[in-house]
Structures are given as C-alpha cells and as structure tokens.
Design a protein around this ligand. Sequence first.
Ligand code: F0G
Length: 475
Amino acid sequence: MKVATHQLRCTECGTRIAGSAVNSIFRCPECNGLYDVIYPWSLIPPSIPNGDIPASDSKLPNSSALRWLWQERRTSTMPVDQSGVWRFRDLLPIVDNPENVVTLREGNTPLYDLPRCAKAAGIDWLLAKHQGMNPTGSFKDTGMTAALSVAAERKFEWVACASTGNTSAAMAAYAARAGLRSIVFIPEGKIAWGKLSQSMDYGALTLQLKTDFDGCVRILTDLVTRFPIYLLNSVNPYRLEGQKTPAFELLEQLEWQVPEHIIVPGGNLANGAALAKGFTEMHHLGLIPRIPKISIIQAEGANPLYRSLKENDGQELVPVKANTRATAIRIGNPASWRKALRALRTTGGWCEQASEQEIALAKAQIGAEGVGCEPASAVTLAGLKKLVAQGKITREERVVLILTGHTLKDSDYTIAYHRGELFTEAENAEISGSDQALHTSLRKPPVVLEADSDVVLHTLESHMNMKLSQPVITA
Ligand code: F0G
C-alpha cells in the first residue's frame, strides 16, 4: 500500500486534500484559499480536525539525525544530494520517486557579510544570503526544482507561468532539463532583457501580452482551466516547499545560531511566506530554539500589502496599479498576500516600502561591496535602513538580507544608474543633498577616451590624484 507523504491544506478553511486531487488553479473550491503542503509531522492549528494524515509528535523526524544526514550529503556525488534543495528532502517529501527530481544543483548559495552596508544602515552585523547565485540567477530555482519535479512525476507535458521575468527563466530551464514544454506569459516591455533572453535560450514559447503582470496572471488562470497545462506560479504550493529550504541552508551556514531578523523583497508575496514556513518547521522539529522576525519590503510604486496594513490593518488587499523600475516586483495584486501577512504576524516582522531613489542607492551600495544584485533585491537594504531609523531593529541585532536576483539580470538599470540617466530631472530634484553626494560617490560611469597613452595617463592622474608620468622602475 502506498502511504501518502503529504497533503494539501487550505490556508483559509482548513480543508485537506490529497496532493494529486488539487485543481488546475491550486485554489480551494470551497473558499478560493491557497494551499499549504503539510506532512505527518506538521504543526497544525489545533482547531482544525486532523483528517487522515495524523500529526503526532511520534512522527517528528529526529533533529540531530537530520543535521548529520544533511551534512553527510554534502560529500555525495548524487545529483539529489548535490542540490541545495533536495539535500533537505526529508522535510519536503513531495515526489514519490527521487528519480523524478529535476535538478540543476540549485541552492548552495553563499552568505556574504556586508560591513559597509551595515554601517550605512546603522547596525553592527549584516549578512546577505545571495539567492541570485542560483543556476538561472534568481531564488526562483529553489521553488522551480520542487514544483517542476511534481509536474514531471504527474506526467504533465506542458507547464506555464506568468512572470515578471525570473520565474519564467527558471521554469524554462527546468522544463528543458525535464524534456517538458513550457509557455511563458510576460508583460510586454516591462521585464528586463536578461530574463527574457533566458526563457528564449531555454526553449520556452514566450508570449508577451499587452498588459501588466496581473493581467498575465488573469489570462493564464483562465487558460489552465481549459487545457491540461501545469501552473507553475507561486500559487502552486510545491514552489514554496523548495523556497523554504534556503532557511535550512542559512541556519546550517550560521552553525544553527538564529539571527534576529530576515528581510525579503515583496512582489507576489510568496517568498517571505515560504521562508517563514521553513523557519517555523525547523522550530517545531527542535532544530532551532526560536524563529527570526521576517520583514517584507515593497517598492513604493507596487505596495499593496504595505498600504493594506496602513489602511485596514490587513483585513483586505486593495490592489494597486503597479509601477516601479524594480520590474521583478512590479505587481499590484499579489496572490499570496494572506500567506505573507501570516508570515509577518507569526514571526513579528514588519512591512515597509522603499522609494525609487532609495532602491537605486541601496543597489549601488550593495554593488560597491563587490556583491551586486538586481534592483528588486536592493529593497531589502533600503527597508533595513528605515526599520533601523524607526527603532524596530536595533544596532546589535543580527540581520540577514535575502538577495533574490543576480546583478546581471538587469544590467540596463545598472548602466542607466551609473550614467546618471535612471531618474528624470524632477526626480533628481527630490533627492536630499546628502543622498546626492552619496550617489555621486557611488556612480562609476564608463569614461570614453581617445586611444592615446598620454590622454589615458592624464585621465588616470585626475582619478588617482597623483602624478603618473614618471617611468616605473621595477627591481
Ligand atoms: N525578487 C526578485 C528578483 C523577483 O523576481 C521576485 C518575484 C521577487 C523578489 C518577489 O518575490 O513574488 O515571492 O514576493 N518575481 C516573480 C517572477 C513575480 O515572475 O519572477 P515574491
């Protein structure tokens, strides 16, 4: 007899179903709620009847054994062990046969310290977990390996997503690895070229719709009810199972010392929820003694969660017409807002917003530490500065920023910033004198010169503030 390793539980009404019984839009037919993946050891709110997958402490995996096993797998040559997602597969048993796992050896991302950004924010200790160092350059790979493996195991031929660019790049790559066919829906003209080029390179059918991200989601949701296409947007709860694993990896990298604060960018609002699930599960299993606060930062021009919290204490989401140069998070009607709200409430974190100038400054500061990230990732540092200024994060608290995308994803943005062409004159006029000075010190536009040594030398002298015209004598 086959034993179910997981179920799906509606986050709104608590109804549980078998994973294979879910409908094509991944929403509860009773109440339209999104699902969480649950396991026999999951911590379920006591008011919810346990159904046919009993949650009992006797089913709890042994935390010391898990730590040892995860460490052991680091030395293995098996693809599932080399994956920074599937190395933790004991806590995401969502595929029946490990041979169905589709992996590009995602995860295993570095943790960098950012001493100069810490100083700029007014704290002593700041780290960045760089999820942009994944195979397709964003954190989406960790979720895509999980959900696409489920699609492959369930024998789907077609997969699809609506995307601001990173999900589509990841989906196209993993679908290609698995030999599945993929369709990408992206808003025309509103995604970074680097991301668009990836979905073409990985062989997806790329449809640029004359609408925004929210419009693409509407069309795709309609299509998946009419054709057997597997939906890979983050309403698919298996995505979040992969996206929770950076929480495990982070704690392993920190030798199980829990930081006080994690900060993530917010777009469709699944990632903060996924990480909160990871930390909550680790806490429940006794791997960590407490859960860090998770804060979510939105761009000011795409801030529906921030606004809803201010206007109605998160009772309802008021969608906005999104507009930000951080195109990855240009989303006005985020699907996972309730899950994100739950993450904020259960961990005690905050939701903040960052202006276009604050994002650009933060991105340049992260770049100047030799780390770099895409604009959407930089909202984390911009938000951190605000939370520190408001006294919500104190100097000695240990903070980890989740950098979600690689700097090369949107090089047009970076070049425009350094050339001083990112903002309009009116926008520049709004920047304070001290921030203007900071921008000036960070901007490094390319210098175009005649191919003449004297001209080059003269220019170097002015940059280095020294005389270089004497021949160099080497010993
Ligand atoms: N950072 C980057 C680089 C992203 O691409 C996204 C989302 C986010 C942050 C926000 O994460 O949606 O879980 O709150 N990008 C999606 C996409 C929407 O289609 O690539 P979220």
